[in-house]
Ligand binder design. Structure first.
Ligand code: NAD
Length: 335
């Protein structure tokens, strides 16, 4: 199958090419670095399959151009599909497939990485030693052993995160709209209601999806219920957190540490090298300026294992389409 791959970085072609050759299907993958949007959609002329990523624009206009040019399948190499106009795609007869799951260890382990960065101030220590400053003043940390960790969302990632934190000797509190009996089978783990989790936890880590009811689940009111000096970790979705309320919480010393891999307005920033640009987002710049904040740019998923899962599933999705088989990972317009 001829596949036009958009928003390609070197790691995308590396992993997709490896999966393509390893299962001997040999689709013809043509890589475009550019983002897919109406003005770039003509690049896909003559390609029955388009492969796209999270920030590609698959709105009405792009889909119409793709359909006129003969595209029949869009293979998303991500789980989310909020950037696709599913109704228009269905009307135009374009099928959408996605990667439903990939290594949850990647995200859980990254959340733990953020905790250790903040807890032991590793980001400051690294820079200090490179500057021949070997003083310990200002690097005082605390043991994780014996601390209480609150986990909001105990699904695939939250459960793995819980197991790792249990290994550190932490007490675990969980909150989930749909509790999972397996969580309480982990030693010293209990479900509680959200207010209790907020008021009892030394570290709070978010692992629930972004839904109407979870948007800004961390806001001025919920921050007020937290312990003084709490550590807040978000590797889930930026909009779970009201960033301005977090900034106020940091300034008031209510939030003692904030580690995040996601940001409410990340679409304009993340996945790009803006090192020679002037960042216009004042909220982001203010957040960055605090010495007790660590931000990574949506890289929690970025492990060899997860990229391998993503590329293998993407190639399998395209192969099913080529062979006229039922599409295991199809996204229907009612989803
Ligand atoms: P999952 O579906 O296995 O688990 C989500 C859990 O949240 C479920 O147990 C669900 O019952 C629970 N939940 C649903 N509504 C809730 C609510 N209102 N309050 C509390 N809990 C609620 O998902 P997962 O694979 O564990 O992924 C979790 C999240 O991680 C994803 O939604 C995504 O936003 C994020 N994620 C981030 C990255 C990254 O690179 N940073 C990568 C993949 C996923």
């Amino acid at each position: 199958m001829k596949v036009a791959v958009f928003s390609t970085e070197s790691y995308d072609s590396q992993f997709l090419d490896a999966s393509n050759t390893s299962i001997n299907v040999n689709h013809e993958l043509v890589y475009f670095k550019t983002r897919l949007e109406p003005k770039t959609a003509t690049l896909a002329k003559g390609f029955p399959v388009v492969c796209a990523f999270v920030n590609d624009d698959l709105g009405t206009e792009t889909l119409k151009i793709l359909a006129e040019q003969g595209t029949q399948l869009i293979a998303l190499r991500c789980t989310g599909f909020n950037n696709v106009d599913l109704k228009t795609a269905a009307q135009l007869g374009i099928k959408i497939v996605r990667v439903t799951a990939y290594s949850p260890y990647a995200i859980a382990e990254h959340a733990v990485g953020l905790i250790l960065m903040l807890n032991r101030k590793l980001y400051r220590a690294y820079n200090r030693v490179r500057d021949d400053n070997f003083a310990l003043e200002g690097l005082l940390g605390f043991d994780l052993h014996g601390r209480t960790v609150g986990i909001v969302g105990t699904g695939k990632i939250g459960m793995i995160f819980a197991g790792i934190m249990q290994g550190f000797g932490c007490h675990l509190l969980g909150y989930d709209a749909y509790p999972n009996a397996k969580f309480e089978e982990i030693g010293d783990a209990h479900y509680v209601q959200l207010p209790e989790l907020l008021s009892q936890s030394d570290i709070i880590s978010l692992h629930c999806p972004l839904l109407n009811e979870t948007e800004h689940i961390i806001n001025a009111e919920t921050i007020a219920q937290m312990k003084e000096g709490v550590m807040l970790i978000n590797t889930s979705r930026g909009k779970l957190v009201d960033t301005k309320a977090v900034i106020e919480g940091i300034k008031a010393a209510k939030i003692g540490y904030f580690g995040t891999d996601v940001y409410e307005e990340e679409d304009d920033l993340f996945f790009k090298d803006l090192s020679t640009s002037i960042i216009q987002d004042d909220t982001f710049q203010l957040l960055q300026s605090f010495s007790n904040v660590v931000i990574t740019a949506h890289q929690a998923f970025f492990t060899e294992n997860a990229l391998n899962d993503i590329s293998t599933t993407t190639i399998a999705n395209i192969t099913e389409f080529e062979q006229g088989k039922p599409l295991t990972n199809e996204v229907k317009s009612s989803q």
